[in-house]
Design a protein around this ligand. Structure first.
Ligand SMILES: *Cc1c(COP(=O)(O)O)cnc(C)c1O
Length: 389
């Protein structure tokens, strides 16, 4: 029987059976609209409050600072558009980094077309943004700094606490896209001086199409979705109760297991890195130490990542590449080029992200399979023959 090995947990995760079990009755039995006054709706209202509390606890926020959305992209859009809209009287300048998720980058590019000025900060070769650079780019017109907590491609964890205290000192609002960090690394919005934080449930074994935005009490923000008075008048639309319950359960499990799971994944991650770096002409991308426990990103010389990934798919292994198909052409990742990789090197990169079901046996199998496939793909490659000799 062919093996199926999933190593793309940064793209999405499966829903844990305990999470799905908790969600199920909210589709069939407890279907009432939480805004209604009768008894079957009261239970739903309570379930929402309970889930909101679990999410708040996970990041040391207060319950009334958590607002449900339909995912990471909506949370990023709301944070950025909502803040600049409510604070445009104070200025029109946004600072962000060049390695953000497209939900942040494309939101900022959209705002550029509407008269806002955006600074996209460079990062160093490990993907870490420089505090001095942030400070230098602040002007009297800066109203928001948006910097991701951990990068989804190379796994680099940013100095969020330091960025937070700089923003607080300068009186500038600070948003962080923490979609890859929530459930994987400890987060404390108070200690880290975070004003807004985005998360997505399907990155920590909850359902897809479900997310939240933390908005610190007192922060002035406009709504993105106008309509009814749900989410205390800030985000309209009948609540996705099953999704909310699932997200609450998923975050509860993630927080409870964080220490042990992070140790287990870091160990497997380092085994994977060690094994893959034994392949000639390979190089690790990202920071060796400030790195998400489940992230591996490697460049192979003289290899087309797309072809390698397709060959691995043929062997039952699911991984991502360092490129994306945009407008029909294969474009190298903006993250890999931002850390200094050439277009070819970026296209020759593979992202392997491990998670809950990953075993040591899978890691060994994948190292072996990639080693053999890379060797085979290079057989008739003249460029590689020259580099090698
Ligand atoms: C997945 C991801 C998003 C988008 O989240 P969705 O729930 O898919 O909209 C945003 N930012 C980062 C860093 C991500 O990894």
């Amino acid at each position: 029987m062919k093996r199926e090995i999933y190593m793309d947990y940064a793209a999405t995760t499966f829903v844990k059976p305990e999470v799905a079990a908790e969600m199920r009755p909210y589709f069939t039995e407890y279907f009432g609209n939480p805004s209604s006054i009768y008894h079957i709706s009261r239970k739903n209202k309570m379930a929402i409050t309970e889930a909101r509390g679990k999410i708040a606890d996970a990041i040391n926020a207060n319950r009334d600072e958590i607002f449900f959305t339909n995912g990471g992209s909506e949370s990023d859009n709301w944070a950025i558009k909502g803040i600049v809209s409510a604070n445009s009287g104070k200025g029109n300048h946004i600072i962000t980094t060049g390695i953000e998720h497209h939900a942040v980058i494309n939101t900022c590019k959209y705002l550029e077309k509407h008269g806002f000025k955006v600074t996209f900060l460079p990062v160093n070769e490990y993907g870490i943004v420089n505090l001095g650079e942030i400070e230098k780019s602040i002007t009297d017109n800066t109203i928001l700094i948006s910097a991701m907590f951990a990068n989804n491609e190379i796994g680099t964890i940013e100095p969020i606490k330091e960025i937070g205290s700089l923003c607080r000192k300068k009186g500038i609002l600070f948003h962080t896209d923490a979609v890859q960090a929530v459930g994987n690394v400890p987060i404390d919005v108070k200690a880290m001086n975070i004003d807004l934080l985005s998360m997505a449930s399907h990155k920590f074994y909850g359902p897809k199409g479900m997310g939240a935005l933390y908005i610190r009490k007192g922060v002035k923000i406009d709504s993105l979705i106008h309509g009814g008075a749900q989410e205390r008048g800030r985000r309209a639309g009948t609540e996705n109760i099953a999704g909310i319950v699932g997200m609450g359960k998923a975050i509860e499990i993630a927080v409870k297991n964080m220490d042990s799971e992070s140790n287990r994944l870091s160990y497997l991650r380092d085994k994977l890195i060690e094994g893959l770096l034994k392949i000639p002409g390979s190089k690790l991308n990202g920071d060796k130490n400030n790195r998400l426990p489940g992230n591996v990103n490697i460049t192979f010389d003289s290899i087309e990542g797309e072809i390698l990934a397709m060959a691995l798919d043929g062997a039952g292994i699911c991984v991502s590449t360092g490129s994306a198909c945009s407008a029909g052409a294969i474009e190298p990742s903006h993250v890999l080029t931002a850390i200094g990789l050439s277009r070819d090197a970026a296209k020759g990169s593979l992202r392997l992200t491990i998670g809950a079901n990953t075993t040591e046996d899978e890691v060994n199998f994948v190292v072996n399979e990639i080693g053999n496939t890379v060797l085979k793909l290079r057989e008739n490659n003249k460029k590689w023959q020259q580099i090698k000799d």
